[in-house]
Write a protein that binds this ligand. Structure first.
Ligand code: UDX
Ligand code: ADP
Length: 497
């Protein structure tokens, strides 16, 4: 079995960067080199301003960088030296051609495989870390097989990453499991053993699952589909709660205590975001369609449809509650990242909530503690969001560097990301600066424990999956609108506004 002394990781992104940083910390005798074609990204990895925000990451990078952890743009040299090469490049959804909008675009993976075949010599273990469609390893294998180099031999493994952003370091140090898929031949099993030994530096062997390559690739897609499905399930129930008087938080707690169901991933929200869930389910749907498994494809499509419904439903609720129009009204939007503790905005539901409100002519003041202004502008100016009118972003959106400024002179405050700091804001101060009636729309239920206090201050509070303010709905219904989708028969005389 090969003695692993050098690891190369191609792709210094959200997966490759943190994963290899932790491997370097846990395997001090192994030299780990993370390479990328993006020079700016590599420069950032070599500075004090890492290109991604991840709690705990800076400390581990500081500990290992320059000792056994290196960030470089010299991809060829790193490939030549490596015993194991991780491919951690992006696999976005295709934007054109066959499978457009659904299939994963493997051009970056293919480019890596070709580069490895070109420059490598001797024996290499090549590991797919990026999420890929089932049987993607076959593409890599076929590229290697076409190499005419007599002394090049390789094994291709699948070793999907299950880290979640915001908790990546913790997930990497204490994984639920490590999954390694490979060829069932003795050579394949040897390669699995070599990679397994790297993880065994800190992960108990009982947590290392080995399978064939295809099971490993499919497990990654299936895991993300199952997680996303739970969120869509609870979000569909949240819609029902809002019209029945049930509280989705109580329902989630009640069902989550059933061990067969379990508690995680039952937090109702404005819909899931992030680089994985939507992309992987689209990919799963595409695979099923191409294999004529139409019923299976339709089943998973519903998970995405509910997610889209939830985003749109939340935005509609804002419009309905603000007397059916937000045109020229100012709204503060707190939180732009797809979840707390990350600066990542990929597929963030905030982007879609902004889009729907901009479509209605609202002026938005956006605040996020970790997302850069340029990123917010870039996301909102994307043709899928702004159509052929990106100028409207500069007309309608301002970005603030602190939350209080965002709330000034607004009709409503909308919480889109569950940042902890939003629980501790001075809401009396905020109320004083807002137009009245002042609304709070809590898309993340971060203010669940504060509803009474906020109402005492004077806020109209609306939250996902619960009727906080049943009296207000009656007023809207009198205008024959299904305002906030509420049906409460509370007498109109109790209405304060
Ligand atoms: C996910 C998977 O969890 C991880 O295993 C995989 O490797 C990559 O994809 P990530 O996208 O980083 O990780 O974050 P995750 O914590 O899964 O959250 C995804 C989205 O779902 C976020 O927008 C989050 O806010 C939302 N979410 C999560 C909910 O709305 N409710 C929940 O109960 C949990
Ligand atoms: P992920 O979330 O999957 O880590 P990212 O987009 O954050 O995705 O990171 C992928 C990284 O892979 C990017 O920094 C990109 O520049 C890099 N990359 C893509 N193709 C190649 C390639 N052929 N060689 C080296 N790096 C690449």
């Amino acid at each position: 079995m090969v003695q692993v002394k050098n690891i190369c990781c191609i792709g210094a992104g959200y997966v490759g960067g943190p994963t290899c940083t932790v491997i370097a910390q846990m395997c001090p005798e192994v030299t780990v080199t993370v390479v990328d074609i993006n020079e700016e990204r590599i420069r950032a990895w070599n500075s004090d301003q890492l290109p991604i925000y991840e709690p705990g990451l800076q400390d581990v990078v500081d500990f290992c960088r320059g000792k056994n952890l290196f960030f470089s743009t010299n991809i060829n040299e790193a490939i030549k030296k490596a015993d194991i090469i991780f491919i951690s490049v992006n696999t976005p959804t295709k934007t054109f051609g066959m499978g457009k909008g659904r299939a994963a675009d493997l051009k970056y993976v293919e480019a890596c495989a070709r580069q490895i075949a070109d420059v490598a010599d001797g024996y290499k273990i090549v590991v797919e870390k990026s999420t890929v469609p089932v049987r993607a390893a076959e593409i890599i294998r076929r590229i290697f097989k076409t190499s005419t180099k007599p002394n090049l031999s390789f094994q291709v493994l699948s070793n999907p990453e299950f880290l979640a952003e915001g908790t990546a370091i913790e997930n990497l140090k204490n994984p639920d499991r490590i999954l390694i898929g490979g060829d069932e031949t003795p050579a394949g099993q040897n390669a699995i053993a070599a990679l397994s030994e790297v993880y065994e530096h800190w992960v108990p062997k009982s947590k290392i699952i080995t399978t064939n390559t295809w099971s490993s690739e499919l497990s990654k897609l299936a895991a993300n589909a199952f997680l996303a499905q739970r969120i869509s399930s609870i979000n569909s129930i949240s819609a029902l709660c809002e019209v029945t008087g049930a509280d989705v938080g109580e329902v989630a707690h009640a069902i989550g205590t059933d061990q067969r169901i379990g508690r995680p991933f039952l937090q109702a929200s404005i819909g899931f975001g992030g680089s994985c869930f939507q992309k992987d389910i689209l990919n799963l749907i595409y695979i099923c369609e191409t294999l004529s498994l139409h019923e299976v494809a339709l089943y998973w499509q519903q998970v995405l449809d509910i997610n889209e419904y939830q985003r749109r439903r939340f935005a509609s609720r804002i419009v309905n509650c603000l007397f059916n129009t937000v045109a020229d009204k100012k709204i503060a939007l707190l939180g732009f990242a797809f979840k707390k503790d990350t600066g990542d905005t990929r597929e963030s539901s905030s982007i879609y909530v902004c889009k729907y409100l901009m479509d209605e002519g609202a002026h938005l003041a956006v605040y996020d503690p970790k997302v850069k202004k340029e990123q917010i502008i870039r996301d909102l100016s994307h043709p899928a969001i702004s159509g052929d009118n990106p100028e409207r972003v500069s007309e309608l959106v301002t970005i603030t560097s602190e939350p209080y400024a965002a709330c000034e002179n607004t009709h409503a405050l909308v919480i889109c990301t569950e940042w902890d700091l939003f629980k501790d804001l001075d809401y009396e101060r905020i109320y004083g600066k807002m137009l009245k009636p002042a609304f709070i729309f809590d898309g993340r239920r971060v203010l669940d424990n504060l509803h009474k206090r906020l109402q005492q201050i004077g806020f109209q509070v609306e939250t996902i999956g619960k009727k906080v303010n049943p009296v207000s709905s009656l007023v809207y219904r009198a205008a024959s609108k299904p305002a906030c989708q509420e049906q409460d028969p509370t007498p109109a005389k109790k209405v304060k506004i």
